[in-house]
Design a protein. Structure first.
Lengths: 322, 460
C-alpha cells in the first residue's frame, strides 16, 4: 500500500467513525417520552458494548476455548495444557518467577516511593527531587531495559580489557572481581525486578506525595498537640490517611508486574530461567508454535489479574461509601 | 536457526538499536519498493538481446507480484536491484516488503487469508507449517526443472512435502566455517587442520603454547540465545554420525538423547566447555552465554583468540577496514571432517514459496530459480555477503573471497550438504527447547540432562 492510499484509508475510517457517532446522536435526539432517558443511555452504551464484545469478550472466550486444544489447535485435550503449566519443570520455573515478581515489585516500589515522598515533602528542592525519581517513568520499558542491560554488562578480568558495565566497574573499584549478574537463577530475576522498581517507584512517589499533601492540616496539628513523634505520625496519621492511594498504587503496580514482558524479553529473552508468564505465553504461541499452551498461559494470567482488580474495585467502593 | 539477518547488524548494541530504528522507519514509510515498471516494458522483451532470456515470461505489463521476506536493510537493496532486469523486460512490478518479524507474521497472514504472492521462507520447518495452512501452491514445472538442473538433489527434498514440490532455494549460507587470523597462524607456524583430530591437536597446542586461548565464542542473541550451539552440535552430528544418522536425528527417527546426538554434544563440549580452550579474550566458559554472537569472534583481531566457528555471514560482522581474505586480517577454513577427504557442509537458505498461481507470480518464481537471477543477484551485491548453491552461479561474479570459498564448497559435488537441522525440527524444539537447553548446558547443565530435556520437549 502506498502512503497516499494509507492516508485515504485513514480518512475514510475517520469519516465512518464520525458518521456512526452522528447517527447515534441523531437517534438519541429523536427519542422522547417517559422511558426516553433509558433509551438514550442504552444508545450511548451501544458503541462501547459492541467494542467490548468484539475486542474483549469474544477474544477472551476464544482464548479460553483454544486453551483446551493441542499445539496445532485441532485436537481437544481438555485441561492438559493447564496440567503442563503446573507440572513441567520449565513452566514451574516460570510460575516461580512470576510469583517473585508480584511479591517483590509492588511492595518494594511502593515502599521506596512512600519513603521518598515523605522525605522530600516540603523540602526546598522538592520539585527537583521529584522530577529526578519520576524521570525513569518517562522511559519506555524497552529503553530502560537496554540501559540496565549495559549496567549489568560483563567483561572478563584479564589483560587490559575494560569493563563497560557500571555495576561491574563499581565491583572492581570496591576490590571485587566482575560478576555475570544475569546467568544465575533465581538471583537473576531480582536483577530484572530492580529495573521494574526503578521505573515504578516514581509513579508510586507521585501518587503518594499528592495524597500526603491532601491530608487535612488539622489532623496533623491535632496529632502534634497530642505529642505524636515522627514514627507515630507516619503510622497513625499518614498511612491511614493515604490508605486508598496506597492500595491503588500497590494494585496498579501489581497488575503491571503480572503482565511484565518487555523487561524480561529485552534483557535475557527469558533465558537463564528468567521467563515469566507473559513472556512464556509469547514464546509458546509465536515461537514454539504451541497455541494451546500459549492460550492456557494467557488464561492463567487473566485469572491471576482478576483477584487484584476485584480487590482494587472493592476498596475504591468502600472508600467512596465512607 | 536460519539467521534472519544473513548479515547481522554491527557488533555494538547501540548500533544494532540504531539499525532497528531504521528498519522501523523504513517499514513505516510504506513499501517504497522499486516500481521500475520499465519504459516501454513489454516491447523491449521481443527485440533486444538483453531481454532475450526473459521472453519466455511473456508480456506482464501492469501486473504486480508482492514479495514478503525476512531480508531487511541493508540486504534488501541488492535483492530489489536483482529484480530490475526482470521488471524491465517483462513490464511486471515486484513489490518488495522486508519484515524483521517475518517468521511469525507470515504464518499469521497465511492463516488469516492475506498471504503475499511470494514469501522467502528461511526454514524448511516453517515452510511445512505454511503448506499445512492449505494456502500455499505447488511450484510450477519450470521451477521444478530448474531446481533439478541447478541444485544438488538434497536441496529439492527440503521443500518437498508429501511428494509435492513447493519452492526453489533462493540464497544460501554456509555454516561450517572456522574463522582465524592468517597472520597469527603464520607467525606461529600453525597449519590449517584437515581432520577433526588435527583440529583438536592444534587446539591443545595453542592452549599449551601461549597466553591466548585457541577458541572464542558467543551465543547471546536475545530470545534466540543458544542457536550458535545448535549449529555446533549439528556440525558435529553430521561429522561423527554421518548424513544418514543426521537425517534420522532431525526427523526424530532416533531419539534426541540417543548415543549419536549425545556424543555430538559431548564433542562440542570438549571445545566449548573446556576452560583451557575458551573463551579467548572474553572470560571463562560461562562468558559464552552472555557474549553476543556478533562479538564472539572479535577477539581474533586483538590476538586474544585463534579460532571462531561461525557461518559465512560473519564476514559482514568484522569492523570496517578489516581485510577478509586469505592474506588479510581474518579468513576462514572449512570445519574439517573426521577424515581429510570427507567434506561435510552444514548450511541454510531461503525457499521461494508462492501463495498464488497467477501467471506473473509463476513467471517471477521461475526467474528466481534460474542461473540468470543468481548471477544478476551476485552482480547486484557489490559488497558481497551473498551466496547461493545454484550451480549456474559463476563464482567469478562474487566479489568477496569468503563468498567464493563458501560457494565453491556448496557447489563441490563431493561435499555432503545438510540443511541446518534445528530449522527443520518442530518449532517447539528448533526455536525453543533446543536453544534454551543449549544455553543451560553452557552455563553448567550436564550433556545428559540437556539431551534428555530436549527429548522430553519433543511434541508428541
Amino acid at each position: 500500500m502506498e502512503t497516499t492510499d494509507k492516508i485515504v484509508k485513514m480518512l475514510e475510517a475517520i469519516l465512518l467513525f464520525a458518521a456512526v457517532v452522528g447517527i447515534i446522536l441523531f437517534l438519541a435526539s429523536r427519542v422522547r417520552g417517559k422511558k426516553g432517558d433509558k433509551a438514550v443511555a442504552a444508545l450511548f452504551l451501544l458503541p462501547t458494548a459492541v467494542m467490548v464484545l468484539v475486542g474483549l469478550v469474544y477474544p477472551g472466550a476464544r482464548t479460553i476455548y483454544e486453551s483446551l486444544f493441542d499445539a496445532a489447535g485441532s485436537t481437544f485435550i481438555g485441561l492438559d495444557n493447564y496440567q503442563t503449566i503446573f507440572t513441567s519443570s520449565d513452566q514451574l520455573t516460570v510460575l516461580r518467577n512470576t510469583v517473585l515478581w508480584v511479591v517483590v515489585t509492588p511492595f518494594v516500589a511502593t515502599a521506596i516511593g512512600l519513603l521518598y515522598a515523605i522525605l522530600i515533602d516540603k523540602a526546598r528542592i522538592e520539585a527537583f527531587a521529584k522530577a529526578l525519581i519520576f524521570l525513569p517513568m518517562a522511559i519506555s520499558f524497552v529503553g530502560a531495559s537496554i540501559i540496565w542491560k549495559f549496567v549489568y554488562e560483563f567483561r572478563p578480568e584479564q589483560g587490559d580489557i575494560k569493563q563497560i558495565g557500571l555495576l561491574n566497574q563499581v565491583m572492581i573499584w570496591l576490590g571485587f572481581s566482575p560478576h555475570q549478574w544475569l546467568i544465575n537463577s533465581p538471583g537473576n530475576t531480582f536483577f530484572l525486578i530492580i529495573i521494574m522498581i526503578w521505573i515504578q517507584a516514581g509513579f508510586a512517589m507521585t501518587v503518594l506525595s499528592a495524597a500526603i499533601k491532601a491530608i487535612p492540616e488539622d489532623i496533623v496539628e491535632a496529632a502534634r498537640l497530642d505529642g505524636v513523634k515522627a514514627i507515630g505520625m507516619f503510622r497513625f496519621v499518614t498511612v491511614p490517611s493515604i490508605r486508598p492511594a496506597l492500595i491503588v498504587v500497590l494494585t496498579t503496580i501489581g497488575i503491571g508486574t503480572l503482565k511484565v514482558f518487555d523487561i524480561v524479553r529485552t534483557v535475557t529473552g527469558g533465558q537463564f530461567d528468567t521467563s515469566v508468564i507473559a513472556n512464556e505465553f509469547y514464546s509458546q504461541s509465536f515461537r514454539s508454535d504451541n497455541q494451546g499452551l500459549g492460550a492456557a498461559l494467557a488464561v492463567m494470567l487473566f485469572l491471576l489479574v482478576i483477584p487484584i482488580v476485584v480487590y482494587n474495585i472493592r476498596q475504591l467502593r468502600s472508600a467512596e461509601a465512607r | 536457526m536460519a539467521l534472519r539477518l544473513s548479515r547481522p547488524p554491527k557488533p555494538l548494541h547501540l548500533i544494532a538499536l540504531g539499525g532497528a530504528l531504521t528498519f522501523t522507519l523504513a517499514a513505516c514509510g510504506g513499501s517504497s519498493s522499486p516500481s521500475a515498471t520499465g519504459d516501454g516494458a513489454g516491447d523491449g522483451a521481443s527485440a533486444s538481446g538483453e531481454c532475450a532470456a526473459y521472453s519466455q515470461y511473456g508480456d506482464l505489463k501492469g501486473k504486480t507480484v508482492s514479495v514478503y521476506t525476512s531480508i531487511v536493510t541493508p540486504e534488501d537493496t541488492p535483492q530489489i536491484d536483482s529484480y530490475k532486469p526482470f521488471e524491465k523486460c517483462t513490464g511486471a512490478t515486484v513489490k518488495y516488503e522486508g519484515d524483521k518479524a517475518f517468521e511469525t507474521q507470515v504464518l499469521v497472514r497465511a492463516k488469516a487469508g492475506n498471504p503475499p504472492d511470494i514469501a522467502y521462507v528461511p526454514q524448511p520447518g516453517l515452510l511445512a507449517q505454511l503448506v499445512s495452512t492449505g494456502k500455499a501452491v505447488e511450484a510450477p514445472k519450470e521451477v521444478s526443472d530448474n531446481v533439478d538442473k541447478f541444485w544438488s538433489k538434497d536441496w529439492k527434498g527440503y521443500s518437498t512435502i508429501d511428494g509435492k514440490f513447493y519452492g526453489a532455494p533462493l540464497g544460501a549460507n554456509f555454516k561450517s566455517l572456522v574463522w582465524y587470523s592468517p597472520k597469527m597462524f603464520k607467525d606461529k607456524g600453525y597449519q590449517i587442520p584437515t581432520t577433526l583430530d588435527e583440529l583438536q591437536a592444534l587446539s591443545e597446542k595453542i592452549a599449551a603454547d601461549g597466553k591466548s586461548k585457541p577458541w572464542c565464542a558467543g551465543i547471546a542473541s536475545g530470545e534466540a540465545t543458544g542457536w550458535v550451539i545448535t549449529d555446533w552440535m549439528e556440525d558435529m552430528m553430521l561429522r561423527l554420525s554421518g548424513p544418514e544418522e543426521y537425517d534420522k536425528w532431525v526427523k526424530h527417527e532416533i531419539a534426541f538423547n540417543s548415543p549419536g546426538p549425545t556424543a555430538a554434544l559431548d564433542k562440542v563440549g570438549s571445545i566449548l566447555k573446556n576452560d583451557k580452550f575458551v573463551n579467548g579474550g572474553l572470560g571463562n566458559v560461562k562468558s559464552i552465554a552472555t557474549t553476543t554472537f556478533q562479538d564472539g569472534g572479535l577477539p581474533i583481531l586483538d590476538g586474544d583468540c585463534y579460532m571462531h566457528r561461525q557461518a559465512s555471514f560473519y564476514a559482514a560482522n568484522w569492523p570496517e577496514g578489516t581485510k577478509v581474505a586469505e592474506d588479510g586480517d581474518v579468513f576462514a577454513f572449512a570445519l574439517p571432517g573426521v577424515t581429510a577427504d570427507s567434506k561435510p557442509a552444514l548450511g541454510g537458505g531461503e525457499f521461494v514459496l508462492a501463495f498464488s498461481d497467477r501467471p506473473e507470480v509463476k513467471a517471477f518464481q521461475t526467474y528466481l530459480s534460474t542461473d540468470t537471477w543468481a548471477n544478476n543477484k551476485a552482480k547486484a551485491s557489490p559488497l558481497g555477503g551473498w551466496i547461493s548453491a545454484n550451480k549456474g552461479l559463476d563464482v567469478n561474479n562474487l566479489v568477496s573471497p569468503i563468498d567464493k570459498l563458501a560457494t565453491s564448497v556448496l557447489q563441490d559435488p563431493n561435499a555432503v550438504f545438510r540443511f541446518d537441522g534445528s530449522d527443520a525440527m518442530p518449532a517447539a524444539i528448533g526455536s525453543n527447547a533446543f536453544w534454551k537447553q543449549a544455553t543451560s548446558w553452557i552455563t553448567g547443565q550436564s550433556t545428559k540432562d540437556t539431551v534428555d530435556k530436549i527429548e522430553a520437549a519433543w511434541p508428541k
